[in-house]
Design a protein around this ligand. Structure first.
Ligand SMILES: *Cc1c(COP(=O)(O)O)cnc(C)c1O
Length: 434
């Protein structure tokens, strides 16, 4: 493709004149990796095609939702027939009840759930609910975890536990983040220290159990166990942000993975998004009845949404969940994902490239580092110039991974062994050049 014939280039120019950075969500702009974003024309199964009709094997899957691949027939059918019945009513529907029943039956820590339209909205509402239910203001989050772009969550650590966090975005006043305490992921000693100082003032601890927004870094079992114990001891709520991991790493979500190592483990609140909408704007938060009943109209915590529980989105989510709960779905998806990370690791080893990787269910991460990082500071040690070379090398060979090294990757049920083989072969060629 020469610059004269690449249709993505004029499209990006047009977009940049009208939309800040040419995109409606920053990471799509390729700012970290350089070059021109690919404008997607259509997608099917494990692939999408850009404005030049070039095909890419898609390892983003809309950042997680497309667990069945694009255009799954059962999901298409459900969406088409729902659309014929109406787009939005602003009144309750049976399908919202069905989706609630489906989700609650698969994630038993939740007795009640509320549907919203984005992960940001769900995370923000969960914090408000935790504060309303406990009557406390402060909460803990961890460096490198992303919970959407609500003001109080756009915070990085201050210089010590006694100091407040700093907003990571302009437009967020210091007063708004003064109750947000930011700690290092997987640091048990620091967590204990923070509870000793602030435990009785904490509404909640919010955490991505398997973090997918600093590439993939999982919370260690001892760390997660300590989070649970300290929350219980001090009367704070443990909020698992499973927007990415929910129905992606296992049918019971990440909490079921931790329950295997921590008997009886469950969060107080769960935040969901991505897969539960199957590619449509849909997210949710839920937990025990006694906490959820604090929400309006039953309780004093206000929360609402014009498009919440949208009938087309709920049809898409329901059809998606009904596919992934079929027997053997997660075993097959996990095996396919494992094939990819093992193949990449072997290719990197053959070419002498430092490499580490991890995966759970249909979610994977890899690093151009000899050992898996345990926290955000360690992720930052990645040589970003090298990552960018890898990204563009793969892109040139028709393989689309996240255009930033801070993102996890996703395999769908539509990815075949041949797709994985082609990806590994492409990666090996690129590793040779690193
Ligand atoms: C994607 C994501 C969010 C935000 O969801 P949006 O739908 O983009 O607002 C929140 N938390 C986690 C863990 C996510 O991965």
């Amino acid at each position: 493709m020469t610059p004269n014939t690449d249709r993505n280039i004029p499209l990006f120019e047009r977009a940049k004149a009208l939309i800040p950075g040419g995109v409606n969500s920053p990471v799509r702009a390729f700012k970290a990796v350089g070059g021109t974003p690919r404008f997607v024309k259509r997608a099917q199964g494990a692939y999408f095609w850009d404005a030049n009709d070039q095909r890419f094997i898609d390892y983003i899957g809309s950042w997680g939702p497309m667990i069945l691949g694009h255009g799954h027939p059962a999901v298409l059918e459900a969406v088409q027939s729902a659309a014929l019945e109406g787009f939005s009513f602003g009144a309750p529907t049976e399908r919202e009840v069905e989706l609630a029943e489906e989700i609650l039956s698969l994630v038993p820590s939740m007795e009640m759930i509320r549907l919203v339209s984005s992960g940001t909205e769900a995370g923000m509402s969960a914090i408000r609910l935790a504060r309303g239910a406990t009557g406390r203001s402060k909460f803990i989050k961890f460096e490198g975890c992303y919970h959407g772009h609500a003001d109080s969550l756009l915070v990085k650590a201050g210089s010590g536990l006694a100091t407040f966090g700093n907003a990571t975005s302009a437009g967020v006043p210091p007063e708004v983040v003064q109750h947000t305490i930011v700690l290092e992921y997987n640091n048990v000693a620091q967590l204990e220290e923070a509870f000793a100082l602030h435990g009785k003032e904490l509404a909640c601890v919010m955490i991505e159990p398997i973090a997918g927004n600093m590439n993939l870094v999982r919370a260690s079992v001892p760390f997660m166990k300590r989070c649970r114990e300290l929350c219980t001891e001090y009367g704070a709520l443990l909020v698992l942000d499973e927007v990415m991991t929910g129905f992606r790493v296992a049918l019971g979500s990440a909490q079921s993975v931790y329950a295997k190592s921590i008997p009886g483990f469950k969060p107080d609140l769960t935040v969901l998004g991505k897969v539960i909408g199957g590619g449509m704007p849909l997210a949710a938060f839920g937990g025990p009845r006694a906490i959820m009943e604090h929400l309006a109209p039953l309780g004093g915590v206000y929360q609402a949404g014009t498009l919440s529980g949208n009938p087309v989105a709920t049809a898409c989510g329901l059809a998606t969940l009904r596919e992934i709960k079929k027997p053997g779905f997660f075993d097959a998806l996990s095996a396919r994902t494992r094939l990819l990370v093992d193949g990449l690791a072997a290719a990197a080893a053959a070419e002498g490239v430092p490499f580490s990787s991890d995966c759970e269910g249909g979610m994977f991460g890899f690093f151009l580092l000899p050992e898996l990082p345990q926290n955000y500071a360690q992720v930052l040690k990645t040589d970003s110039a090298r990552f960018n070379q890898l990204f563009h090398g793969l892109l040139d060979r028709g393989v689309y991974i996240a255009p930033a090294l801070y993102e996890a990757g996703f395999v769908s049920a539509a990815h075949t062994a041949a797709d994985i083989d082609a990806t590994v072969a492409a990666a090996r060629e690129v590793f040779k050049t690193l």
